[in-house]
Design a binder for this molecule. Structure first.
Ligand code: ATP
Length: 372
């Protein structure tokens, strides 16, 4: 499933050069974005970057100041929210407290004037979909947070919208339930084939669930790609830093380029870097950052004996996580980096100790070069 990679695929939702101003502040600025039918799409970004505003324009609660929002090729301008095949599930769930689970799910269908039998059948389908059949008669205040979340989802899906917008859908759940629910949401989305657009500021959640992620910063989309591409080939320092952990080494380009392999000199210390990055477009002397994810670095007691990508320092902090150990290492340059090691063998066998002197190295094709 990768319609975005097909040049002939027609986007289902298109934000065409959209700006939304509140007073003199642009919440969304000159933003263009295509989303395809059946995608599980995540909008990821820090608080205030414009995620909710973008969703509200698609749902019809806000009108763009400039630009167009298209669905199936048709401009949505002037189409009322209840006339759009788009539904929104809010973080607060907004269940009606005086109505049973069943009545909550049926509410929108009644408003639409659907026949009684059809409503009963649809509600039964929805209860089954979210595995809440046993709770049909309960009131919302007799449900746990996770159960409320399922009812809200069932209610939002009952009218069979073509697009479901979920604003921080799992924000109220604890960590374990949150993770379980992520996989359930993915299963439900695949079963229905409905286009899901999830707003989140939780990068792990976006990585887990999304077919593609749009990373937003200050009203703009700064990268749109699959979770793997966002993590392995971040487009900028902002994306690299916002999604996952990364070590940045400030450096100057000293040569190379022909076979997409670059040589660079660290601005601090003597380290020379060699990085194979097919996306880099550089000139000699450019100031850039060599970026390496913590799990891609090797820590050893002996010097690796390689001319490139070798750094020395001492163990500064150790965080044992069971499956992983996180080391913070203070390099001789003073920079503190983060290196993770999978505890594939028993951690207690010959572990690295605090203040131990170590060497850190990485392979040229595990780093990326970031110019901005
Ligand atoms: P969060 O993750 O905190 O919900 P967000 O990325 O969803 O943030 P938005 O809610 O879209 O961000 O807000 C983007 C910017 O627009 C913010 O600076 C916000 O203060 C501003 N804004 C949003 N709605 C309004 C409004 N109705 N009136 C004035 N300013 C607004």
């Amino acid at each position: 499933f990768a319609p975005w990679a097909d040049p002939d695929a027609v986007p289902f939702i298109r934000f065409d050069d959209v700006t939304k101003r509140f007073g003199d502040q642009a919440a969304v600025a000159d933003l263009s974005l295509d989303i395809y039918q059946g995608e599980f799409f995540c909008l990821l970004g820090p608080s205030g970057c414009g995620k909710s505003t973008l969703m509200r324009m698609l749902a019809g609660f806000e009108a763009p100041t400039r630009g167009r929002v298209l669905l199936d090729g048709a401009d949505l301008a002037g189409v009322a929210p209840n006339r759009r095949p788009v539904n929104m599930m809010f973080q607060s769930y907004a269940l009606f407290p005086h109505m049973s689970v069943e009545k909550n799910i049926a509410y929108g269908l009644r408003q639409e004037g659907m026949a009684r039998d059809a409503i009963a059948a649809r509600v039964a389908d929805m209860l089954k979909l979210v595995q809440m059949e046993r709770f049909a008669g309960r009131a919302p205040d007799q449900l746990s947070g996770g159960q409320k979340q399922r009812v809200a989802l069932a209610r939002a899906l009952a009218k069979r919208p073509r697009v479901l917008l979920l604003d921080e859908p799992l924000g109220a759940l604890d960590r374990k339930l949150r993770e379980e629910t992520q996989f359930e949401l993915m299963d439900i989305q695949i079963a229905l084939g409905t286009t899901f657009i999830v707003v989140t500021h939780d990068q792990e959640e976006a990585m887990t669930m999304a077919d593609r992620i749009a990373v937003m910063d200050a009203g703009r989309v700064v990268q749109v790609a699959t979770p793997g591409e966002i993590y392995e080939q971040p487009a900028s320092r902002f994306v690299a830093d916002f999604v996952g952990e990364i070590n940045l080494f400030e450096a100057r380009v000293s040569g190379g380029g022909d076979d997409s392999s670059w040589e660079l000199a660290a601005l601090s210390g003597e380290t020379r870097f060699r990085v194979a990055d097919p996306d880099a477009r550089l000139g000699a002397g450019d100031h850039v950052a060599v970026a390496v994810r913590p799990e891609k670095m090797r820590v050893t007691r002996e010097a690796p004996g390689e001319a490139f990508n070798s750094l020395a320092g001492e163990i500064w902090d150790i965080g044992y996580l069971g499956d992983w150990t996180v080391y913070r290492i203070k390099l001789d340059t003073g920079q503190i980096i983060r290196v993770t090691r999978a505890n594939a063998t028993r951690y207690t066998e010959n572990p690295l100790a605090m203040e131990e002197r170590v060497h850190v190295a990485f392979a040229p094709d595990t780093a990326v070069i970031l110019s901005d």
